[in-house]
Design a protein around this ligand. Structure first.
Ligand code: FE
Length: 341
């Protein structure tokens, strides 16, 4: 048994499909959840005959890659945010993704300028506003979250969470570090409670009257509104209006889930094929239907829920690399203004 095979066995990569020969396979480390990725990988194997082995984990996959070094069996890294993709680049864990097809399918602003990562789905970080206590049009931008009129009325998860670090990074990029700090200080002053919980629990807090505005990713609206397992979430969703900020200027802040090619990928060709497949029309549609995210690829029909509730909106088309590069600075600001205290 080769070292690599031993590692593979030890890591218990689970196999999906299984039509192909062992030579034709691809190994995936996925931060994205199984319910979402599994159907996509099955479709990939069906279409290409390439066997897809995958490890799902909420954390520690980059550390694992780092630890495994040149012996790592990983080919593709799938993440649920741009932050970990940036971390993977910083840790020198990725190789450039060279594919004209991917370049054609995914707009520039959702790809690393050095081809080190590629976006597969897009989402906006929106404002959830109480239907009862906030008039339509009363809040229109991220900047306005700093207005003293919202004193004790805003809820959010930790400022240190990847989603908020990206938003703060975009404020740094569009304004300056100094202005972003002033903004963050004022938003902190407007918080109704210490940052806590996840995005959905902020919407719950709006419904319960603890706050009037909440920050959250757009897909959670679809996940709440259709939640048959926890039907109380339907009520949370129905208590808010969705505000896509900055429609009169740069557009709503966007982020991505995405993929990177592992630096020591043992199957780089199959890895590229997989990433290409994930940008295909078929896969882009599946993502949108299953998780209420926006396809990154233009021209893909949105799911009916997205069409009904999110309509057309203006998305900020700044290159995400220029946003995510400010993560460390954003994290420093969160500490400096005591945002989470
Ligand atoms: Fe999320």
């Amino acid at each position: 048994m080769t070292a690599k095979k031993a590692l593979l066995a030890g890591l218990a990569l689970s196999t999906l499909g299984g039509v192909a020969q062992a030579a034709d396979e691809v190994n995936i480390y996925s931060y994205r959840q199984e319910f979402l990725i599994k159907p996509l990988l099955e479709a990939f194997t069906e279409e290409t005959g390439i066997k897809a082995n995958v490890i799902f984990s909420k954390q520690g996959l980059l550390e694992r890659l780092e630890h495994e070094g040149a012996n790592s069996p990983a080919d593709v890294i799938l993440t649920s945010d741009v932050g970990p993709l940036h971390d993977a680049v910083e840790r020198d864990l990725v190789a450039p993704i060279q594919s004209d097809l991917i370049d054609a399918n995914v707009p520039d602003h959702y790809r690393s300028k050095e081809d080190k990562w590629v976006g597969l789905t897009a989402r906006s970080r929106i404002i959830y506003a109480s239907k009862e206590r906030v008039q339509p049009g009363e809040i229109k931008s991220y900047e306005e979250l700093a207005d003293p009129k919202w004193k004790d009325r805003i809820c959010t998860r930790s400022g240190k969470h990847s989603y908020n670090l990206s938003l703060i990074g975009s404020m740094i990029e569009h304004h300056s570090v100094e202005e972003a700090e002033q903004w963050l200080t004022a938003v902190k002053d407007n918080l109704a409670r210490r940052p806590q919980g996840n995005d959905r629990s902020q919407v719950k807090a709006v419904m319960e009257g603890q706050c009037d505005l909440a920050l959250g990713n757009s897909y959670y609206y679809g996940k709440m509104l259709t939640n048959d397992k926890e039907p109380e979430q339907i009520k949370w969703a129905k208590s808010v209006n969705l505000v896509f900020p900055n429609q009169d200027d740069r557009g709503a802040h966007m982020s991505i889930s995405g993929a990177a090619l592992a630096k020591h990928a043992p199957h780089p060709d199959a890895a590229i094929k997989l990433i290409e497949f994930l940008t295909s029309e078929k896969a882009q549609k599946m993502y949108a239907e299953v998780n209420y995210e926006f396809p990154v690829r233009p021209g893909i029909e949105w799911s009916s829920l997205l069409k009904e509730h999110m309509g057309e909106f203006k998305a900020d088309d700044i290159n995400l690399g220029d946003v995510v590069k400010h993560r460390a600075e954003a994290s420093r600001l969160v500490d400096k203004v005591g945002f989470d205290n």
